[in-house]
Ligand binder design. Structure first.
Ligand code: ADP
Ligand code: FBP
Ligand code: MG
Length: 568
């Protein structure tokens, strides 16, 4: 077994609470799956939805999911997180299971057992007790820390193939790989589990109640991974929990696959809660989508690699333009509303960038140590320069007018690229240096071109594994989870962990230091801000017990060293 997977030992006291909260034994009791006809039309109660309600009668024991703590619940916090504590500071942040509120569900043998391609794989099924640590850098005395349930196929499943009526929805902004994920969910359901009913929800959350559905067959999805966008369409806004769950019931859907970013996963958490409140045998599973890479816990999001690769092409073009003219400035705006990961990685990969500006690192234009001073200096040294700016950078400098939001409630941003190119022109031209020499600023905004391309080879494989893991979890009866890669392993992560924070570039970490050293740009921090940052970090460091690893895997000692790296 891989050392990064921690399997619970049967003799551990932990096994008792896990066995209670995550059944994996075959139940002889229980009602058989509904055999009534499913309704695809407008809302009316049919036999299948009545029988699902009858099956739903939750027992008091089952509705308590054995959580040992009750903090930070999902969505509106109706249901307790499943947290299991083990020896040496081991914590399992488990995901819900249908049997938490439907205790007598029958199980079936996993059809993969008879699949010639998989039956020969040694240990193909994942041990139900396998878990994956969130942090892999540990010290001799550090606690084992937080773990997530390992994803993968289970020996027993909680759905009969004929019983499954799955649906897939894509929400939020576009991202390379969406079609691959759709294709692979359909293909896993059909080819591995023999499912024959998969619906596509048209146009995001509102499609549940305002649009027709699309039948997704192997033929329909066959070559969609070669196309950008999403064949299902997507949208912002339109999340109405009651209407969505009504539609799920009416259509007889019992597996809901929701592909989207932080906003979408918040919506998914609410759907899960409502489904559970109504006691439905319906799995709600998420697949994290964010081109900005701003979803926490997971290693990285699908489409991110593709986006960085494409962003590099734009940087390259800007570099060619800048280098060909006299004092040419190539300015490239990249995606990143709140997080500058695409800008940071594209800059690091390209090596042609002189300055990278991201939302996490404030900058200022004029005066000593400001951006304009640096532009002038770099032009004098090299005769050209390339600036990469993430769309969320410098927003506080552009306008103080009350910010507007989109249909999903996301802040609408001012165009920092246009603003910068105008300011560079207006502010630098009157200086003696620019009166003597010409300068031309070329501004490129390739954001929508990047979002629209199909995913590259590595993202395609990543999307395939994500989709397969997600389906295995649903068939095994897990629910209320997002599938995600943690330390290179597929896991099931409870919704509340995905939506509680946003992943951001930590400018006191080594990666940002690498970037600063590759571009040799100033940190643009005024001395007061540096002092404040240092103080914040010092206080965080002192609050940590000795040897305890902090959020980013560093110890207090690492942090102290990092504090010294913050440059004025
Ligand atoms: N807090 C929330 N609660 C419920 N639904 C939400 C929430 N935030 C966003 N959504 C819904 O999720 C969908 C996508 O959200 P959006 O922010 O546009 O994209 P992303 O999921 O990529 O962050 C939209 O339909 C939106 O209405
Ligand atoms: O699709 P829109 O509304 O133009 O939004 C553009 C935004 O979408 C993003 O691609 C992120 O989308 P999500 O919030 O859906 O993940 C950002 O990079 C960009 O700010
Ligand atoms: Mg978002």
């Amino acid at each position: 077994m891989d050392s990064s997977i921690f399997s619970l030992h049967p003799s551990s006291p932990l096994i008792l609470s896990l066995a209670a909260s995550c059944p994996n034994s075959t139940c002889s009791l229980g009602l058989s799956s509904p055999s009534g006809s499913f309704s695809f039309g407008p809302r009316h109660l049919d036999f299948s939805s009545v029988s699902r309600r009858l099956m739903a009668a939750p027992s008091p024991a089952a509705s308590d999911n054995k959580a040992t703590t009750a903090n930070g619940g999902v969505g509106n916090g109706l249901f307790k997180p499943k947290i299991v504590n083990g020896d040496y500071g081991y914590v399992l942040e488990d995901v819900p299971h249908l049997t938490d509120y439907l205790p007598n569900l029958p199980t079936h043998s996993n059809p993969l057992q008879d699949n010639p391609a998989y039956s020969v794989v040694k240990q193909y099924f994942v041990d139900v007790d396998d878990t994956v640590p969130q942090r892999i850098v540990v010290h001799k005395d550090s606690p084992r820390g937080v773990h997530f349930r390992r994803a993968g196929p289970r020996q027993k499943v909680y759905f009969d193939s004929d019983e499954v009526q799955a649906c897939i929805v894509t929400c939020g902004g576009l991202c390379p790989g969406l079609n691959t994920v759709i294709r692979e969910i359909v293909s896993t359901l059909y080819s591995m589990y023999g499912v024959r009913k998969v619906l596509g929800i048209d146009g995001g959350y509102r499609g549940f109640y305002a649009r027709n559905t699309i039948d997704l067959t192997l033929k329909v999805v066959n070559d969609i991974h070669k196309r950008g966008g999403t064949i299902l369409g997507t949208s912002r806004g339109g999340h109405d929990t009651k209407k969505i769950v009504d539609s799920i019931e009416d259509r007889g859907i019992n597996q809901v696959y929701i592909i989207g970013g932080d906003g979408t996963q918040k919506g998914a958490a609410l759907i899960y809660e409502e489904v559970r409140r109504r006691g439905l045998k319906v799995v709600v599973a998420g697949i994290p989508k964010t081109i900005d890479n701003d979803i926490p816990v997971i290693d990285k999001s699908f489409g991110f690699d593709t986006a960085v690769e494409e962003a590099q092409r734009a940087i390259n073009a800007a570099h060619v333009e800048a280098e060909s003219g006299e004092n040419g400035i190539g300015l490239v705006k990249l995606m990143g509303r709140y997080s500058g990961f695409i800008a940071m990685y594209a800059t690091l990969a390209s090596r042609d960038v002189d300055c990278c500006l991201i939302p996490e690192s404030p900058f200022f234009l004029k005066g000593e140590g400001g951006l304009l001073e640096f532009v002038e200096k770099r032009l004098k040294e090299s005769g050209h320069m390339v600036i990469v700016v993430a769309e969320g950078a410098g927003q506080e400098l552009i306008s103080e007018t009350k910010s507007m939001t989109d249909a999903s409630g996301n802040k609408l941003l001012q165009d920092v690229g246009l603003w910068l190119s105008q300011n560079i022109k207006v502010c630098l031209l009157p200086t003696p240096f620019f009166i003597l020499f010409n300068s031309k600023t070329m501004f490129a905004d390739p954001t929508y071109m990047i979002r629209a391309i199909p995913s590259n080879a590595s993202d395609n494989v990543y999307c395939t594994l994500l989709a397969q893991s997600c389906v295995h979890g649903a068939m095994a009866g897990y629910t209320g989870y997002t599938s995600g890669l943690v330390n290179g392993r597929q896991t099931y992560i409870p919704f509340y962990r995905i939506i509680e924070t946003q992943n951001k570039v930590v400018i006191t970490d080594r990666m940002w230091a690498r970037l600063l050293s590759s571009t040799n740009q100033p940190s643009f921090m005024c001395p007061k801000l540096v002092a404040e940052k240092r103080k914040e970090m010092q206080m965080a460091t002192e609050a940590q017990p000795s040897g305890q690893l902090m959020d980013d895997g560093n110890t207090g000692a690492d942090k102290k060293a990092a504090n010294k790296e913050v440059r004025a």
